[in-house]
Write a protein that binds this ligand. Structure first.
Ligand code: AMP
Length: 396
């Protein structure tokens, strides 16, 4: 894996694809700077070597049209404050005027380009647009994991114009490393905890992961499809009747591959999908009509705890309950605490994909696990075993 540590950037103009798709409030202030902070080490390495930096990113979904509400100019000052260098701004991404600005850029200076997605060519992966972008740097760095699963001009296509001079930024390298630690080189026993709402959205991950893990915990709304498929009563719980055969075939495959599957035995059930609902703890397969399972029960959590504490590598994707409502967040918090304990005991823990990161941040676990992925969709596709085009373009 070629990363920025393999290069000396002295006197080089460096084109970096970052993910500055940050949230803005009504007055266009950045409300969460995490993505800018995440790209900072790569930018600083280039500047400290004596290079200059051209940053490119998208913001929101302008769908190929100029939309001043989504201009990256709004974030220019925040980027300057985070990286400690006054960042210049170019309202053009390509063309003579920006090429001239780049030609004048001194070592130690940083230029931020306007939102790439003001041009439909970006998301279309247009080769000419990518070639134009490539004129803005001697070396190309991809440090945007959040868009690594997209074959866009700036994330993938542009790399072909830097056959030798392309590499991963520190953030993207960390993401790749974390995925490899779980999927290829992880110390055994390896555990995947898969929660969330539906089997259908996780099926490709489950199928891929069965070849990699020793234990699989299934939690959250997915549980009930498995329980009903085995003849249990799930009441009003979320359940995909058309996925019951699939659930049984997953259990069969897991058995053939020697993967131990752990499914809830009891649940916190409610008589309404509401934080004000009446609740009770019952066996997972005896949920009466009018009731639905919305969180893992205490016996389940005890079982899960044992498996988590015995694991050396842990992947967590998806909450085990409706964590957005306080009454049904206890299970997800408990899982976070067990992973925290396992991590303190030396396990490697990776949290990522879809909504998992929101739950982890909300409950303050982000600093307690080994790694929290920055890319929801990109992480999901990695866990599904897909090769991400943004990664392949640097490796190829
Ligand atoms: P996902 O994006 O697939 O990881 O799903 C996350 C969502 O699953 C969260 O919004 C949770 O509220 C939801 N969820 C977790 N457990 C349950 C459950 N037992 N019933 C309904 N929804 C659930």
């Amino acid at each position: 894996m070629k990363t920025i540590t393999d290069f000396n950037f002295e006197n080089k103009k460096v084109l970096i694809r970052v993910d500055f798709n940050v949230p803005l409030d009504n007055e266009f202030n950045v409300t969460d700077t995490s993505r800018i902070e995440a790209a900072k080490p790569t930018i600083i390495k280039v500047l400290e070597d004596g290079g200059s930096v051209v940053l490119m990113s998208h913001l929101g979904r302008p769908k190929g049209k100029v939309n001043q509400d989504l201009s990256l100019q709004h974030i220019c000052q925040t980027v300057s404050e985070v990286i400690g260098v006054q960042v210049k701004f170019s309202s053009e991404c390509t063309g003579e005027s920006v090429e001239n600005v780049v030609a004048e850029l001194n070592m130690g200076e940083v230029l931020l380009l306007e939102n790439l997605r003001f041009h439909a060519e970006e998301t279309n992966g247009d080769k000419d647009f990518a070639e134009q972008l490539s004129k803005l740097g001697d070396i190309y760095i991809n440090d945007a994991f959040g868009t690594a699963h997209r074959a866009h001009a700036s994330t993938t296509v542009v790399a072909q114009f830097f056959p030798e001079n392309k590499c991963f930024g520190l953030l993207l390298a960390k993401e790749i490393d974390a995925i490899e630690k779980v999927m290829q080189t992880g110390e055994k026993p390896i555990l995947a905890i898969l929660g969330g709402a539906k089997v259908s959205s996780k099926i490709t991950i489950i199928e891929n992961i069965l070849d990699k893990v020793d234990h699989l915990i299934i939690g959250g709304g997915m549980t009930y499809t498995f329980i009903k498929a085995q003849g249990g009563k799930v009441g009003e719980s979320i359940c995909e009747d058309d996925k019951m055969d699939l659930a049984l075939s997953i259990l069969k495959k897991a058995k053939e591959k020697g993967v131990e599957v752990h499914i809830p035995v009891d649940v916190l059930a409610a008589n309404d999908f509401s934080n004000d609902a009446e609740t009770k703890i019952i066996d997972v397969d005896k949920i009466e009509n009018g009731w639905q399972g919305l969180d893992a029960g205490p016996r389940t959590l005890e079982n899960f705890k044992k498996v988590i504490l015995a694991s050396k590598t842990i992947l967590w994707n998806g909450p085990v309950g409706v964590f957005e409502m306080e009454k049904f967040a206890l299970g997800t918090k408990a899982i976070g605490n067990y992973i925290d304990e396992a991590t303190k005991n030396g396990a490697f823990s990776l949290v990522g994909g879809g909504d998992s990161v929101a739950a982890v941040k909300q409950f303050g676990f982000a600093d307690k696990v080994s790694y929290v992925s920055t890319g929801g969709g990109a992480m999901l596709e990695s866990l599904e075993g897909k090769t991400l085009p943004g990664i392949a373009a640097i490796e190829g």
